[in-house]
Design a protein around this ligand. Structure first.
Ligand code: SF4
Length: 189
């Protein structure tokens, strides 16, 4: 298998087959994150991708869910994602879903009809590190999107019936700035 750089997956993907499609992060600018700091973002060449699929097919021919690694494989173009999804299904004929990490930024350049097609090809289950829904916090963390962007882009996923999971970073807003503290202030009698 061609794993380069740091490879990780969410805990709920522990039963999924792990396949490298990208490595590193195309953004790599979030102020709190050093996960891929010293890695260049890279797209796995198709021959490498297919060699890994052939190897997986030898050991897990009945694999039903594949998780593509890299900080945000969903940054790939529609055409490239389509090619990857179809290739996965060529090798793993029982595969039902292809999940991956994605950023809100990566959804922006995809139309709903394209998302619909990707869903039909098996792409489903995006793990999105939204981190916060507060504009000031998102800006300070340099996430590259706003709270409105989160709503707008996730509505597109809803329309295409693509499931997604949010990852929030508790405490990112800083001491005293969390919703909980605000709520506490509000309910102080
Ligand atoms: S998008 Fe994710 S992996 Fe990339 S820098 Fe931000 S938190 Fe780190």
């Amino acid at each position: 298998m061609h794993f380069t750089g740091r490879t990780w997956r969410p805990p709920y993907e522990s039963q999924s087959v792990i396949l490298q499609a990208t490595s590193g992060c195309t953004h790599n600018k979030c102020t709190f994150c050093s996960l891929h700091k010293n890695e260049k973002s890279r797209l796995s060449p198709m021959d490498e991708f297919e060699k890994d699929l052939a190897e997986i097919k030898n050991y897990q021919p009945n694999a039903r869910r594949v998780f593509l690694t890299g900080a945000n494989p969903f940054a790939m173009s529609y055409e490239n994602l389509k090619l990857r999804a179809l290739t996965v299904r060529e090798y793993l004929i029982k595969c039902q879903s292809i999940a991956m990490f994605a950023s809100i930024r990566d959804i922006k350049n995809k139309e709903v009809w394209q998302l619909n097609k990707l869903r039909a090809m098996g792409i489903n289950g995006l793990s999105i590190g939204t981190e916060s829904g507060d504009d000031a916090t998102l800006s300070r963390a340099n996430k590259g999107y706003t709270a409105d962007d989160i709503l707008e882009q996730c509505r597109k996923l809803d329309e295409a019936s693509i499931e997604y999971y949010f990852v929030y970073m508790t405490g990112l807003a800083g001491k005293g700035n969390g919703q909980h503290d605000e709520f506490n202030k509000m309910i102080k009698w």
